[in-house]
Design a protein around this ligand. Structure first.
Ligand code: SIN
Length: 296
């Protein structure tokens, strides 16, 4: 019997009583979707899943993305990307530094992300303390608390998002060993624009849809004003009062929605402290092909 236990914090709930290796009943699926709208970030503890079962569970929520980075896919299942700092025969088995700064997955995509599904297989610990948390911020709350004058000023405005912004920042500021994106990869994900405020399809409430990782500029404002307002928004949306940290346990399946949250993978573990996670990204295609798209 499914049980939803809210974290009591600004985001987060644990869902007990489901074996995600089995197909979800229609009633359980509806309950999980409701919980996703209510809590944004869900944890399903003690799961044992094959790669195919991870894909099957994720695909219940929408079409799955095949990541443009195109490396470290599960053999035969390109919908799964491996996030790991582990090596096999001296070679990396996964992308070792995915998401290590505040961002929203796929805000750089024409069809944005609805949800992320991460399955934690190996989680680092030091002296009994779990490392490699995933942190989140609540974009419903961030929108609600914006000054009314700014809400009015930004209503109807759009933001340009670029995949390359995060990729380049990781190489420049975090000594990432990722190679520069190839021309073909850049062409596959050209910069796109989305409204700065979205009405969340699960809650019907407005959210701030901008993030430090990918948001480049507010299209309708002069360059300097756009930069000033984005700097304000990036600081505002990551304030401690909007934050929630997920402390991983091996066997956790995490499902979070990307329209009303931003997230950050905390890089507090060393190369010998192993982390191995499998990830699927669910696109927001179920809300209509044009959801969140705009031509600018
Ligand atoms: C991501 O940004 O999807 C990665 C999150 C994590 O590894 O904690």
């Amino acid at each position: 019997m499914l049980e939803v236990i809210p974290s009591g914090k600004i985001l987060g709930a644990t869902i007990n009583g489901l074996d995600l290796a089995q197909p979800l009943s229609a009633a359980d699926f509806a309950a999980v979707r409701d919980a996703l709208g209510a809590h944004g970030v869900l944890r399903f503890p003690k799961q044992t899943l094959t790669a195919q079962q991870l894909v099957d569970f994720s695909a219940r929520f929408g079409k799955l993305e095949i990541n443009v980075a195109n490396a470290f896919q599960e053999p035969g299942l390109p919908q799964i990307m491996i996030l790991s700092n582990m090596l096999e025969n001296g070679k990396p088995v996964g992308l070792s530094d995915a998401g290590q700064s505040w961002h929203t997955d796929m805000s750089y995509s024409k069809t944005i992300a609805f949800a992320n599904v991460l399955y934690g297989i190996t989680i680092p610990k030091r002296d009994g303390k779990t490392l490699g948390n995933t942190e989140f911020c609540n974009m419903h709350a961030a929108y609600d608390d914006l000054p009314e004058a700014l809400k009015t000023k930004l209503e109807g405005k759009t933001v340009l998002h670029d995949f390359n912004k995060f990729w380049d920042m990781m190489r420049r500021e975090k000594a990432s060993k990722r190679p520069p994106l190839t021309e073909a990869q850049r062409k596959a994900k050209p910069p796109v624009s989305h409204p700065i405020f979205l009405t969340h399809p699960l809650t019907g409430r407005k959210v701030l849809y901008a993030n430090p990782g990918y948001s480049m500029r507010i299209n309708e404002l002069p360059e300097e004003e756009s930069a000033e307002i984005l700097a304000f928004l990036f600081e505002h949306q990551t304030k401690p009062e909007y934050r929630y940290a997920h402390v991983w346990e091996e066997g956790d399946l995490m499902l979070w929605e990307d329209i009303g949250t931003i997230h950050n993978a905390v890089a507090d573990y060393a190369p010998h402290e192993h982390r191995y996670i499998k990830r699927c990204q669910v696109m927001a295609s179920e809300f209509g092909e044009g959801f969140a798209q705009c031509e600018v």
